[in-house]
Design a protein around this ligand. Structure first.
Ligand SMILES: NC(=O)c1ccc[n+]([C@@H]2O[C@H](COP(=O)([O-])OP(=O)(O)OC[C@H]3O[C@@H](n4cnc5c(N)ncnc54)[C@H](O)[C@@H]3O)[C@@H](O)[C@H]2O)c1
Length: 435
């Protein structure tokens, strides 16, 4: 099938590459000319494992191309995916400008039946709104065109986006037209995942409710961890024991410094404000956000207490990305921890295997180290912020020798406590200090 994917960010580029891999001809569109130039040369402007070679292969086979011309992409395609950003507005609601701009552009250029698929995370009613905007533009040209607008929310996780796109747990399709349903079944025929067909409004809500639920699990275990911390209980064992219950499940029960990234914070606040619009105060989501916002403060308070103050202390901060295997720093916990540490008078030496200058521009007062080893040298404490594989494999004997102090703060609860303690290091996790 001939597909256009509008918006070539984390979701759009992964969608384009995976649909191409399934044998469809795909055109990626973006308003960012620099991005399109890079992509056309086979260079991925973001860090997402496995995507770059796939793009290079498909460019070579001429099944994938990139353009800044939405008109050209619309003319060439039967299915048009909208995968542009829906970031938070200051009041927590999603900014729908980009989606609406794309809808208008489609309306300006479409001249025969097209299936428009909303992949962006959008409020209930957006499929109808997009259709209305397309129609307005079509009507303004004195034409009538049949267009279906459906919802196909994306559930991929950055860092393993390709894997998730290839093997999703489920595909949710919100559509009411038989024609659209058949086209989507054909589109995904090579993916072995259950397809759940429902209404567009239901599909739109499924996405928000899923992310809000996962964020709730994280905030729940983080609050439990704070209690564990006071009672010498190890929250990792608590989560393990809980997760063995199939009704609970083991995922998203890892206590730490809180969730970040471009989705959970914005989707939780979007659902909360969507609820308020219809006079439903989702107080659970207010608490989820509060707990998450407080988590970095909790950790820095703990560091201050255990190190008898942070003034003049050298902190090696390992990991800046919001999670491993991505260069995304949107809402990353590291960006909340750095100002708190600086405010407390600490000297921050940060290292991340992928992220660098983006953070330096934001915090000129930190030192960006070229390696974990450099950051750790003479450090009073190490603070692990992102669980990159490289940090999990650190040789703690060497770390202990290079450091000046003994404290290791593990904001992700992933480090091997016993190995560290054997080297004379003092381990502090998030609710993980009970035996
Ligand atoms: N990032 C994730 O992990 C993830 C996962 C699931 C769902 N989502 C949702 O998918 C959507 C996209 O997220 P993302 O992280 O890929 O965003 P992103 O910010 O990485 O990319 C958005 C892209 O859209 C482009 N764009 C904006 N306006 C445009 C226009 N008029 N025409 C063409 N291109 C335009 C931007 O230049 C940018 O390249 C969001 O709604 C997000 O909530 C994201």
């Amino acid at each position: 099938m001939n597909i256009a994917v509008i918006g070539t960010g984390y979701v759009g580029i992964t969608t384009a590459a995976s649909l191409g891999e399934m044998g469809h001809r795909v055109i990626g569109v973006d308003i960012d000319t620099e991005k399109i130039t890079k992509l056309s040369e086979g260079i991925l402007p973001i860090y997402e494992p496995g995507v770059e070679p796939l793009i290079q292969q498909q460019l070579h086979e001429q099944t994938l191309s990139f353009t800044t011309s939405i008109q050209y992409a619309i003319e060439q395609s039967e299915i048009i995916f909208i995968a542009v950003g829906t970031p938070s507005l200051p009041d927590g609601q999603p900014n729908m400008t980009y989606v609406e701009d794309v809808a208008r552009e489609i309306g300006k250029h479409v001249d025969s039946y097209r299936l428009v698929v909303n992949k962006s995370t959008v409020p209930v009613g957006t499929a109808d709104r997009v259709k209305e905007l397309i129609w307005q533009e079509v009507k303004a040209r004195g034409k009538t065109v049949d267009v279906d607008v459906i919802s196909n929310p994306e559930f991929l996780q950055e860092g393993k986006a390709l894997q998730d796109a290839r093997n999703p747990d489920r595909i949710v399709i919100g559509c009411q037209s038989e024609k659209a349903r058949n086209m989507m079944t054909q589109l995904y025929e090579k993916v072995s995942a259950p397809i759940f067909f429902t209404s567009p409004r239901n599909a739109e809500m499924i996405k928000y409710a899923s992310n809000a639920f996962l964020a709730t699990k994280i905030s729940f275990i983080n609050e439990v961890a704070r209690v564990c911390d006071k009672l010498q209980v190890n929250v990792s064992d608590v989560a393990k024991g809980m997760g063995m219950d199939q009704r609970i499940g083991p995922h998203f029960l890892q206590a730490g410094v809180g969730y970040g990234g471009s989705c959970f914070p914005k989707d939780v606040s979007a659902l909360y404000s969507i609820g308020r619009q219809v006079q439903v105060e989702m107080s659970i989501l207010r608490d989820v956000q509060d707990i998450n916002n407080r988590q970095p403060y909790w950790l820095v308070e703990k560091m201050t207490e255990k190190m008898q103050g942070l003034r003049g202390k050298r902190i090696a901060l390992l990991g800046l990305a919001f999670k491993p295997e991505t260069d995304d720093i949107r809402e990353a916990p590291s960006l909340k921890l750095i100002p708190l540490l600086l405010q407390a008078g600490a000297l921050v030496l940060a290292y991340d295997p992928i992220v660098n200058m983006k953070v330096k521009d934001r915090f000129p007062d930190i030192i960006l180290a070229q390696s974990a080893e450099y950051a750790i040298r003479y450090a009073d404490a190490v603070l692990l912020c992102t669980e990159w594989e490289e940090f999990l494999k650190l040789d703690w004997k060497t770390v202990a020798k290079k450091m000046k102090g003994r404290h290791i703060f593990d904001a992700r609860n992933v480090l091997p406590i016993r190995d560290l303690e054997e080297q004379g290091l003092i381990y502090w996790g998030v609710g993980r200090n009970g035996v």
